[in-house]
Design a protein around this ligand. Structure first.
Ligand code: ADP
Ligand code: MG
Length: 669
């Protein structure tokens, strides 16, 4: 309505960034790169793209791009900006994430996308010619994709000086970003001659913030961050005025556990703690369930969103007044010596802590409880990650800890990850000298060498470390990890591509099982109905088959603890992967019941993740083939306690031990 629109306009003008509108537009006009630093909630993400559009940067069919590190943020922010502009999402304002494009060619002027998707677009359009401006938002996150993107954008600018960049964040170290974008030789501009934009980056600091957020730290040690978070939620509910709570934990496991603990506690306490509406949030959750987070809280209720760090940046949850920060997140750590990549619960950085705090105070004042302890206990001989160990501490998340011990920014992901996907992407973009690439932070040469080895053995690279034709190029085309792409390519020849594509689709979403309903025992029993002796991948095929046979029935899913939304997503992703496979000449064919070929195809991609049962141990210990590391089958696997002699895993998670998730037996049958 017109009055609603006027209201939104008034709100927009109240944001701190509004006073900088002219300055931002001037800097962007005159400088190739502008670095914008401003508090969370100052209006960077939602406003700057609109200012650019209003100033004409989307005229003549050009597009303004704004990248986000996470898919949830892309969708949420695009929806908000479309609402502010009074347009339908997917028209003037759109978004693209992997497997989902909500834009209209020739119509979309502002496009939100993940940095990974923008990298993929470079394969077809290396100079990103359709964009007039690219805003790399939340650049402090330093995902691998962001770092590759920054390096490539710098390169593109040398060829296309008219391309403008904006690098923005609340907590970015402007100096190091500015150094990175510094041209090698500064070009002097003789008077009167137009040499295009100034290549020296401009830095603009937006003063002012949204609403005040009071920060509370713990004073006494507590030994369990999960319980500490849970009791903080209950205390807030007992003692504080109405307002939703956003809790940051690390992953689905502890989120589900928190939901259960809060529910039990609330029941024990009786009516005082009723009225809580618990909403889990993690990336594996289907879209429809993630939506609950954004829907208005019913009157008289208090919503408690319990989230991983996917809610850490960019998004605004209108009802949130209180933030509870556990001080931990799940982080990827890779050790090139053992060649093991792992998800580990580790302390967050100050930058993350500030982002988490910044989820409150966006539409009203708020409070943030940094209430969790740092009590990670690792026995000295189990320590696998030198990087990680240096961050482990038994101190509390006290104010002193925050000030003195917490690192300012996390370690860039590129320095703690397996580089297989990164290397193939750069190769596909024609960057051959990867170590010589202009990185914002250089990866280790050991990790590079490991990645080159794997890619060589997958047949992706030749003796000169160039992409092989056609295999290397085909694998790079799939929007998937190279090992999964390889498995799909081989499946055509082995005659099981229909099955392998199903498996690839299931592996690309986090779980197909319902969580948080019924007991663990019920879920385990439901899973058992689909369990295959070969392992988890073949069990997925059984679930998929059952789902199709039920006529894709939601009731069937409900009965079997299968997540209906997840299965719909599997079908959608499967369709897209089939089209890509077909385009690349993979024969689409089913092997019916022959699981030997299915396992052969999986092996062709994942041989590097082979493990052998340690015959001398009786506790199900395996040794990795490449690094001789101790690993165990995860309890969620159908092969848990079955312990075949040889297995391949899809990924590892680390808690008390290193666990293999999604495991297939490769015992000769
Ligand atoms: P920044 O990127 O600087 O953190 P944003 O542009 O995301 O800031 O948001 C600025 C402000 O706009 C928020 O603090 C909030 O007041 C308002 N806002 C943004 N998104 C929403 C939303 N979905 N609902 C209500 N208010 C919103
Ligand atoms: Mg933002």
């Amino acid at each position: 309505s017109p009055s609603g629109y006027a209201n939104i306009e008034r709100q927009r003008q109240k944001l701190p960034v509004f006073r900088y509108r002219t300055a931002i537009l001037y800097l962007v006009e005159t400088h190739a790169t502008t670095i914008v630093v401003g508090e969370t909630g100052s209006g960077k993400t939602t406003q700057i793209p609109q200012y650019l559009k209003e100033a004409g940067w989307a005229d003549g069919g050009r597009v303004i791009a704004c990248t986000q590190p996470r898919r949830l943020a892309v969708q949420a922010v695009a929806a908000r900006v479309a609402e502010e502009m009074g347009v339908k999402l997917g028209e003037e304002v759109g978004y693209t994430i992997r497997f989902e494009d909500v834009t209209t060619q020739g119509v979309t002027m502002i496009k939100f996308l993940t940095d990974g998707v923008l990298l993929r677009e470079m394969m077809d359009d290396p100079l990103l010619t359709k964009y007039s401006i690219i805003m790399v938002d939340e650049a402090h996150e330093r995902s691998i994709a962001t770092d590759i993107l920054l390096g490539l954008l710098k390169k593109i600018q040398r060829r296309r000086p008219e391309l403008r960049l904006i690098i923005s964040s609340a907590t970015i170290q402007a100096k190091s970003m500015s150094d990175f974008f510094q041209p090698r030789k500064s070009r002097r501009r003789p008077d009167g001659e137009d040499l295009g934009p100034n290549m020296e980056p401009a830095v603009l600091s937006v003063e002012g913030r949204g609403f005040n957020v009071q920060i509370h730290y713990v004073e006494e040690p507590v030994s369990d961050y999960l319980r500490a978070a849970v009791s903080t939620v209950l205390l807030i509910h007992d003692q504080e005025p109405m307002g939703d709570i956003l809790v940051f934990l690390t992953g689905q496991d502890d989120i589900d556990a928190a939901v259960q603990l809060i529910t039990e506690e609330a029941q024990n306490r009786g009516k005082n703690s009723s009225g809580l509406m618990l909403v889990p949030l993690y990336s594996g959750l289907p879209r429809a369930e993630q939506e609950l987070v954004f829907t208005p809280t019913p009157r008289g209720k208090r919503k408690v969103v319990i989230s991983t760090n996917i809610a850490e940046t960019s998004i605004t949850l209108e009802g949130v007044v209180y933030v509870v920060d556990s001080g931990f997140s799940k982080q990827r750590f890779y050790n090139p010596i053992t060649d093991i990549e792992n998800l580990v619960v580790a302390p967050i950085s100050k930058a993350s802590a500030r982002q988490r705090t910044g989820r409150a105070g966006r539409v009203r004042p708020g409070k943030c409880y940094r209430s969790a302890p740092f009590m990670l206990i690792l026995s000295p001989n189990k320590v696998a990650f030198p990087l990680y160990v240096s961050m482990v501490t038994t101190r509390l998340y006290t104010e002193e800890y925050f000030a003195k011990e917490m690192s300012d920014e996390g370690i860039p992901e590129i320095q703690r990850s397996n580089l297989v996907s990164c290397v193939i992407q750069l190769k596909a973009l024609g960057i051959d000298n990867i170590l010589g690439f202009d990185w914002p932070a250089s990866p280790s040469s050991e990790a590079m060498v490991r990645a080159l080895e794997v890619l060589y053995s997958l047949g992706v690279l030749d003796d000169d470390a160039k992409l092989t034709s056609p295999t290397g190029f085909q694998i790079a085309e799939f929007p998937l990890e190279p090992m999964i792409a390889k498995m799909i390519l081989s499946s055509g020849e082995l005659g099981c591509s229909e099955e392998i594509i199903t498996i690839a689709a299931v592996l690309s979403i986090q779980t197909i099982w319902v969580s948080g309903r019924g007991s663990q025992k019920e879920l385990d029993e439901a899973k058992l109905n689909f369990a295959a002796a070969e392992g988890d991948h073949v069990s997925f095929l059984n679930v998929y088959k059952g789902f199709l046979q039920s006529g894709k029935s939601p009731q069937w899913c409900h009965r079997n603890f299968v997540n209906y939304q997840a299965m719909k997503k599997v079908i959608e992703i499967r369709g897209q992967l089939r089209r890509t496979a077909q385009r690349l000449g993979v024969v689409l064919i089913s092997c019916e019941r022959d699981t030997v070929v299915v396992r052969k195809a999986i092996t062709s991609g994942f041989f590097a993740n082979a493990c052998r049962l340690d015959a001398s141990s009786h506790d199900g210990k395996y040794k990795t083939i490449r690094g001789s590391q101790e690993v165990y089958i995860h309890p969620s696997s159908v092969l848990f306690r079955v312990n075949p002699k040889w297995v391949l895993y899809h990924s590892l998670v680390s808690t008390d031990k290193q666990y293999m998730r999604n495991v297939i037996s490769i015992d000769p049958s």
